[in-house]
Design a protein around this ligand. Sequence first.
Ligand SMILES: Nc1ncnc2c1ncn2[C@@H]1O[C@H](COP(=O)(O)OP(=O)(O)OP(=O)(O)O)[C@@H](O)[C@H]1O
Ligand SMILES: [Mg+2]
Length: 507
Amino acid sequence: MLAPTKAAPVLEVTGIHKQFPGVKALSDAGLRLYPGEVHTLMGQNGAGKSTLIKVLTGVYQPEHGSIVLDGEAIAPCSTQHAQELGISTVYQEVNLCPNLSVAENIFIGRYPRRYGMIDWRGMRKQAAELLARLQIDIDVGKPLSSYPLAIQQMVAIARALNISARVLILDEPTSSLDEAEVQLLFSVLRSLREQGMAILFVTHFLDQTYAISDRITVMRNGEREGEYACSELSRLALVNKMIGASSEAPEQAAACAALDATVGEVFLRTKQMARRGVLAPIDLEVRKGELLGLAGLLGSGRTETARLLFGADKADSGAIEIKGRALNFSTPRDAIAEGIGFCSEDRKHEGAILSLSVRENLILALQARQGLMRAIPLRRQQELANYYVKQLGIKTASIDTPIGTLSGGNQQKVLLARWLATEPKLMILDEPTRGIDVRAKQEIMDYVTRLCRKGMSILFISSELPEVLRVSDRIVVMRDRKACGEYRRGELDDSSVLHVIAGEGAQ
Ligand SMILES: Nc1ncnc2c1ncn2[C@@H]1O[C@H](COP(=O)(O)OP(=O)(O)OP(=O)(O)O)[C@@H](O)[C@H]1O
Ligand SMILES: [Mg+2]
């Protein structure tokens, strides 16, 4: 444990217990936040990070424990109450109103008034000033939805600032941001830190943790494992503390068995497949048993390519062939019938049906492929669910638990299992391990690569370049909505791939 610094903590949380039916989410959790620090909360999927944050922000009430803010015990009973006390949160999925203007979003519920009327001009002016403090210069009269997610998060932060937050909490805010947007967010966080704000940050990205934090609290199984100065904790030690190992090094990324020249025949080929304004004509080829990586920045056209291959959007020129047969997918149903699966990062919009159980969510794609008239027998559903819960290490009280009560990372694992259960011939993985902790991520990618070696074709999309380099047999690099190069395993390394992505050639 770290000796307290001279200043008093702005927030001190101790002995928090939170029980859900059948699940002990927190037992003796806690943390200390000091003014003017960025503090990262780390732990494996299901460790209790989001639950602890929801206790601090009044979403859940704990059975025991104390929360002391500026020396006074508090008991937030709603997010609104927590905000009034000075604790504000920014979630990954920004929970503001997309149709309202930026200015309105900043002032929702607290519109400035003048002579009894809402002072629209004053509001826009104040909104612009708040955003200027974050070095953001945008038209605050435009609807929030007209701006990218990164800007929307800044608006959420501006809102928090306006409520004069002492404590700002961000739960996995960077998982959908590209590199430049992460840098923007970090520069804002640094300047807020200088102004004395206490910032609590949750992420699974080790690089980000080390780039921004002063201190780290590690959680394990609902408990506080320890509190460390970032500069005094090595990455290896951090991972070991998260998983509860002492000396064992996490087996490092043995490069996957290199593929010999005998991959199977071409499974899928695109010829000049394109969609106006979305993707320039692209020629791709994926062989049976091959893992093809798509690298590139967010917005480079990777997800757009995947959506065309899956029939989620329709190509307006070019062709898609499966085993030499020309096809034209107009809906995902057509693609699923051809043996294509698509696990995407967007678990809120395309994925989990929160009120259904783990088992029901898991068999959805298989059921869709079989046709709704041929129900999968309950016994078979249970077998499949139990199998994948074990294979992917899904942390859930039972297979009949509603998926909405699982932690974010565990929900993502269920969605991956949903597609694996269809035993697809081509699996498209679009950021499949978003929100999944470091250790589980590696286990899942190893599992998927083994499936690939048994004959499944995989198209793998990830912003984490080392991961793409590690697992792919071949890599297509995309930039500005076009394919701009193709490389075999070993032809690119961490630094040359960056040059290619940035458009400077491989050297
Ligand atoms: N509303 C709920 N009802 C029942 N169980 C819940 C609920 N919310 C969380 N849990 C359980 O509490 C535990 C901790 O979940 P939490 O979401 O806090 O994890 P986390 O550390 O944020 O994980 P991740 O990194 O995957 O987001 C999990 O076992 C989860 O299933
Ligand atoms: Mg979480």
